[in-house]
Design a protein around this ligand. Structure first.
Ligand code: NDP
Length: 248
């Protein structure tokens, strides 16, 4: 994997890429960046006005017109994902990229105090939703010549850390999901990988580290080399990997 991948303009030309959590943080920047490099992006998120703001910014910049899918992953059912897959099939005929970026942190808490509703919400948004969405979208992904699915992990999804309970456990599950899917699809052109963004200047990070000087953190834009790499045909053949957007 090239450590300092530099995408050429238009590298995502004619690609259709769905980004979850596209209204804010890393997902917002990823959606803008994919559009900048030529992709038609499908903006999925919970808060509609955040999605329309990203839509407006993409259109104003003269990038390909995006689509908007307002959806709360907490309550979404199999039917929602199946309908979404049917709409994508009808509108675009295929899906080239799927970035599972939306995530829920919850609150950091000692293990003894993990409460079930919080646990269930985090598992729903971070694990169950990406699983169901991927399952429903596999047929449209397979219409693409070189489809790429990217999950979002975390440092605490590889090594546990005190008080990170449900969030960290959900990220371990994300790594497992990615590995199992990649292994099953090993003989196909569909590649599946994880990105660990590393400490990044977003509202989620500020919630986890309230006392920190955010100006010292990397911004979502600093990570985009890896997102572009995994979504572009330059990463054909790379699968089953968990990669750091801020390598040491
Ligand atoms: P933010 O909290 O800034 O953004 C999260 C995005 O996910 C928002 O757009 C939010 O939508 C969306 N989202 C949350 N819950 C739902 C839901 N129920 N349904 C639909 N969309 C939802 O987080 P980051 O940008 O920081 O994080 C992006 C990813 O990167 C996450 O998976 C996170 O775990 C991971 N990560 C982040 C790190 C960091 O330092 N920032 C470090 C390691 C991993 P809305 O705004 O509408 O609520």
């Amino acid at each position: 994997i090239p450590q300092h991948y530099s995408a050429v303009p238009g590298v995502l030309q004619d690609k259709v890429i769905l980004v979850t959590g596209a209204g804010d943080g890393i997902g917002r920047t990823a959606a803008m960046t994919f559009a900048q490099y030529g992709a038609t992006v499908i903006l999925l998120g919970k808060t509609t006005n955040k999605l329309t703001a990203v839509y407006d910014e993409i259109v104003a910049a003269g990038y390909p017109e995006p689509a908007i899918v307002p959806l709360d992953l907490k309550g979404a059912t199999k039917k929602h994902y199946q309908d979404m897959a049917a709409t994508i099939q009808a509108e675009f005929g295929r899906l080239d990229g799927l970035l599972h970026n939306a995530g829920l942190l919850g609150v950091l808490t000692p293990f003894e105090h993990i409460d079930l509703p919080t646990w269930q919400d985090i598992m729903q948004v971070n694990v169950t939703a990406p699983m169901l969405m991927t399952q429903a979208l596999l047929p449209v992904l397979k219409q693409s010549a070189h489809p790429s699915v990217v999950f979002t992990s975390s440092g605490v999804g590889r090594k546990g850390r005190a008080f990170w309970g449900p969030y960290a456990i959900s990220k371990f599950a994300t790594e497992g999901l990615m590995q199992i899917l990649a292994d099953e699809l090993d003989q196909t052109s569909l590649r599946v990988n994880c990105i660990n963004p590393g400490a990044t200047r977003t509202s989620m990070r500020a919630k986890a580290y309230p006392g920190e000087d955010a100006q010292k953190l990397k911004t979502p834009a600093d990570l985009m080399w890896l997102y572009l790499y995994l979504m572009s045909d330059d990463s054909i053949g790379v699968t089953g990997q968990s990669l750091d957007a801020q390598p040491k």
